[in-house]
Design a protein around this ligand. Structure first.
Ligand code: UDP
Length: 329
């Protein structure tokens, strides 16, 4: 395949890039570098084109020049909490620009797409583990902004024959075992990298956003998945695209960990005290999200290799220890 990774200089894109290259596919990366890092792409030798997904001229030219047959779109804003405060930012960047991307693909005759969606499309699920056919009732604009694109994809498949795979990510963490790429967001809002900033001496404690949820220890439960396992699923998904069909898969490990359990695992891995402080709930947070990924395992032949939370945290810790300032050092 000739793959264009839009938003491919970000955390997940840079890992998927390596998995695709390892599988022998040709890849180019298209990124505005608003959030992404050129240094996450450079070592691979893949071509990096600077542009916005809504810039149809530059994107169209890129599709053409690189003879792209498949797009994997990672370009998005991803903070559920922020989306509650600034919904317009999310609908504009994720939904409207998502439509622009589909239109440019249509104009260029590119008919295959893998789309990064999210567990946030399920809102506060009634049952766990969540299956792909469960109700889609997002409780934050982030989830809604992604769900809109899922609906667009189905319509484009029906009318224009595009083929696609929607991947609903649960909580992605960890880093590439080579140490070459890992998580670097500004500002950082995700639990695992924030907790690890305590042993790195970059923060004094970790705030726990609410301990009054209806969960065993009162803190939110999430399903953590290693970024390299997630990346393998993208390769399999891209290879499984079928004309005029949209297939949808959850990607998680099927096991939930509370915020307190994640902090405890970070203590074990780093061998460091990690003080915590309970603060009010973060708006837009559902109490529990745990995936059933049976469908991805059965249909795509996906085999997670780093399912243990301890492994995920260990790889994240190695990255952050070597790159305390991310790609800036
Ligand atoms: N969380 C927390 N303190 C933080 C960051 C996150 O307690 O400083 C909690 C958050 O409320 C959620 C879980 O950790 O329950 C995972 O949050 P994250 O932002 O990593 O991912 P999300 O689930 O929002 O995609």
């Amino acid at each position: 395949m000739n793959v264009l990774l839009t938003g491919g200089a970000g955390y997940i894109g840079s890992h998927v890039l390596r998995a695709l290259l390892d599988a022998g596919h040709n890849c180019a990366v298209y990124d505005s570098l608003v959030k992404g890092h050129a240094r996450s792409v450079d070592p691979t030798g893949a071509r990096l084109i600077l542009g916005d997904v809504a810039d149809s001229r530059t994107l169209g030219q890129t599709l053409d020049e690189n003879e792209i047959d498949t797009v994997i779109n990672f370009a998005a804003f991803i903070e559920a909490g922020e989306s509650v405060e600034k919904p317009e930012k999310y609908f504009h960047n994720n939904t409207i620009k998502g439509l622009e991307l589909l239109e440019t693909m249509r104009a260029g005759g590119v008919k295959r797409i893998v789309f990064s969606s999210t567990a946030a499309v399920y809102g506060s699920p009634e049952r766990i583990p969540i299956e792909e056919t469960d109700p889609l009732v997002p409780i934050n604009p982030y989830g809604a902004s992604k769900l809109c694109v899922e609906y667009m994809l189905r319509a484009y498949a029906h009318v224009y024959g595009i083929g696609g795979v929607v991947l609903r990510y649960f909580n992605v963490a960890g880093a590439h075992p080579s140490g070459e790429t890992g998580e670097d967001h500004t500002p950082e809002t995700h639990l695992v990298p924030l907790v690890l900033q305590v042993p790195l001496g970059m923060r004094n404690d970790i705030k726990i956003f609410g301990d009054d949820y209806d969960t065993p220890d009162g803190t939110c439960i999430r399903d953590y998945i290693h970024v390299c396992d997630l990346s393998e699923a993208h390769v399999l998904a891209a290879e499984a695209i079928e004309h005029g069909q949209i297939k949808t898969y959850n990607l998680g490990n099927g096991e939930g960990f509370s915020v307190r359990e994640v902090i405890e695992t970070c203590r074990e891995v780093t061998n460091h005290e990690i003080p915590s402080q309970v603060t009010p709930r973060r708006p837009g947070d559902p109490p529990g999200l745990v995936a059933s990924s049976r469908k991805a395992i059965d249909e795509l032949g996906w085999k997670p290799r780093f399912a243990e939370l301890k492994t995920i945290v260990t790889d994240a810790w190695a990255w952050h220890q070597n790159h305390p300032d991310g790609y800036d050092d």
